[in-house]
Design a binder for this molecule. Sequence first.
Ligand code: B12
Ligand code: SF4
Length: 480
Amino acid sequence: MRIALVNPVARRTEGYHTIGTAIPHLGLQVLARRVPPGHQVEIIEEIFGQARTAELLTAGRYDLVGVTAYSSGATRAYELAALCRARKLPCILGGSHASAVPQEAARYFDSVAVGECDEVWPQIIADAAAGRLQPMYRGQWSELRDGLGAADQSVQPINGRYDVGCIQTTRGCPVGCDFCSVTRFNGPRFRHRPIDEVVQEWNTTTRKFLFVVDDNFFGVGRADADWAKALLRALITRGKRRLWFSQTTVNMGGDREALRLAYRAGCRGMLVGFETFNPVNLKQYHKGLNAKLLDDYRVLVDGFHAAGVAVFGAFIVGGDDDTEDTVSDTVLAAVRLGVDIMQLTNLTPLPGTKMYDRYMAEGRIFATNYPVDWERYTFVETVYDPRRVSARRLDETICELRQAAATHRWVWKRTLRSLLATRSLSTALFVHGMNKGWVRLARAQAPRDVERFGLPAPGVRSEKILRSFALNPGPAVATS
Ligand code: B12
Ligand code: SF4
């Protein structure tokens, strides 16, 4: 059989995650590796645009079309399903959106795959080859042994080339934040891949920079920390030299040994989900780990820096206790905290999360014209009614911030500050590249902001943000 694996990107989100670095869709490379011999597989990646998809997806070229989708890509995924059905091409949808709302997906696709599908995928292919594709398949939280969880690093899309490599070493997360779908989708237990298998896959990567897509690289307990250190030692001694970036909880900042090992293994940055400086919101998000460490944020950030690792601080606005001042206050606090790269996103109730179920029951989600409205679940738009600020005002304030910060002056100050804090040129260059990407992103986003709200004049808040460009970080402030 000839199989197409497609990552759909909705028109509304074009430019959003497609500006700058082309990051692989690892799930598709994982599925590609599990295709049994005798079948061929190709990836069509819409982060490179939609232009060629319709021309490529033809019955003469493929016998099965496997589509993945985050919620933001679901609208486009359903368009592709209609195209496949019109061309009599069997099609199946998998990934986080299909797993959250399988009954919806089943209205558009011949078949739906729920959950992690490493084990069930060969069965799906066999059924499709025999002409008896089932309407629904359910994957399981497999132990990640004997190649499960591994990707075929050599498979590149036929319509573009990824800039970096992706690899995953663990799945699952026990923290269970209210807004995140990972604990429900990948389970509350960390499952580690065998270290030898990770190193083996690592050594097949050809890109010089990797994104280790683990949701929580360091984990939350002693056993996870020991495993992470063992992996790092193995990468130092047996891994190809790669620079990389991953995601972790803030507690890693307190483990100097782990951070030093990470730096030696090539880690130059960690995305840390601080989420908010407001303890009321942390409670709402059920992020107890952060609530406990809130007073230590500054020390923990210093811990990352002392080892040479940059901190990519992820913050969310729109919690129950947030007001329109929260946006500028959060930015100021984050700058003073010393984060090197900042991501400020709109709180978004994703389907399949506890937050979605609660907000829906409370009647607070207004972007419910599904499937069209799934395109709005991109974290750059408020899709529900926050308690203490209107959705529109919150969005306007964020637009204002995006425009205020989209300057090269901001980028250079971050770079210099990161160089001083980490004393690592390669880390500062990584920070520089990421922040330049944010400027490109903000500029690409600007016309959409204009379309939605009209261009906001630089106001008091932007001034406040711009003043925070000072090199001296000063004391961290709380925003409650
Ligand atoms: C890497 C990553 C990214 C990369 C994506 C690169 C790319 N080319 O798409 C980047 C950084 C760009 C990104 C962006 C976003 N992301 Co993201 N991201 C991740 C992350 C951390 C890892 C994804 C991954 O590689 N997983 C490992 C692979 C192996 O798993 P998988 O893709 O789920 O595939 C398995 C199964 O789902 C299934 N499967 C998947 N597809 C298919 C298809 C078929 C046919 C079959 C049979 C099976 C199948 O089988 C696979 C093997 O088991 C996940 C968290 C997570 N743990 O998954 C969040 C996650 C996917 N992201 C999420 C979100 C919300 C976003 C953003 C909207 C938010 C934002 N502002 O950053 C954007 C949107 C991007 C867009 N295109 O619009 C959510 C999605 C939830 C949802 N319901 O939509 C997740 C789950 C995190 C969360 N907060 O809950 N992301
Ligand atoms: S710690 Fe990160 S991965 Fe884990 S549940 Fe919270 S947001 Fe999701």
